[in-house]
Design a protein around this ligand. Structure first.
Ligand code: PEP
Length: 256
């Protein structure tokens, strides 16, 4: 990893977390994060939107707001309007988010989000001053068919809005078949996809070398160090293992 790229360890809580137990886990994480570390990775929690404001206040009270960032899991492309049930990037920012995940495979599959929609959402994130975490990744059929790189390339090219740079965008490579399954690609496969993403970014933006490309898909305490040691892996997007501080903190430590 180039020295200029600060590692990002991001937790995606998905549709998990009620106020009281959520705050209890956050407090444990905040306590661990207060310990000084020589080279600290950036720590991010993306809880359900219902918890954002409470988490922001709790982190401020704990003096941990500068050590743990907050993010949304999705946003609408419009700043406001008649979109029942949706949240804008501006609302997420107002509630304490500095990041938002866009194009997660569960959104692409469950809500039929295509690349054009993801691009609009990423643009909305930037409009609101949020960093977008743009997710790409192939299905098992695409990998088995030898189409992993071309799938990721197509998604990335079609999902990147104009004005993308290393300050407003993180790319997350998340093979769909590795999410929540306990399976991970080989280090060679991860390196090949991350290297390909870096190459594509170089052709699209001037500060491509500074863009963080993080890996997601069954990252746990026992495989985090190995995954983070791969060239061009600048952090992790963690689902299941981000729900408790006990499981998440060792992954953060693996990035020190
Ligand atoms: C995810 O949903 O982004 C994810 C990586 O999940 P898990 O870590 O549970 O595979």
């Amino acid at each position: 990893m180039a020295a200029a790229r600060r590692r990002l360890i991001a937790g995606n809580w998905k549709m998990n977390g009620l106020v009281r137990p959520g705050l209890a886990e956050l407090a444990k994480l905040a306590k661990s994060a207060r310990k000084p570390a020589r080279i600290a990775p950036e720590i991010l929690i993306c809880p359900p939107a219902t918890l954002l404001q409470g988490f922001r206040d709790a982190l401020r009270e704990a003096g941990a707001a500068r050590r743990i960032a907050l993010g949304g899991q999705d946003c609408h492309s419009a700043p406001s309007g008649a979109h029942t049930g949706d949240l804008s990037a501006e609302m997420l920012k107002d509630a304490g988010a500095t990041y938002v995940i866009v194009g997660h495979s569960e959104r692409r599959a469950n809500h039929r989000e295509d690349n054009a929609t993801v691009r609009e959402k990423a643009a909305a994130a930037h409009r609101a001053g949020l960093v977008s975490i743009l997710c790409v990744g192939e299905t098992l059929a695409e990998r088995d068919g030898g189409r992993a790189l071309v799938t990721v390339e197509t998604q990335l090219r079609a999902s990147l809005p104009s004005g993308v740079n290393a300050r407003n965008t993180v790319v997350a490579y998340e093979p769909v078949w590795a999410i929540g399954t306990g399976r991970t690609p080989t280090p060679e496969d991860v390196a090949a996809v991350h290297g390909h993403i870096r190459k594509l970014l170089r052709g699209a933006l001037p500060d491509a070398q500074a863009v963080r490309i993080i890996y997601g898909g069954s990252v746990k305490a026992d495989n985090a160090a190995g995954l983070l040691a791969i060239v061009d892996v600048d952090g992790a997007l963690v689902g299941g293992a981000s729900l408790t501080a006990a499981e998440f903190w060792p992954i953060v430590q693996a990035a020190l």
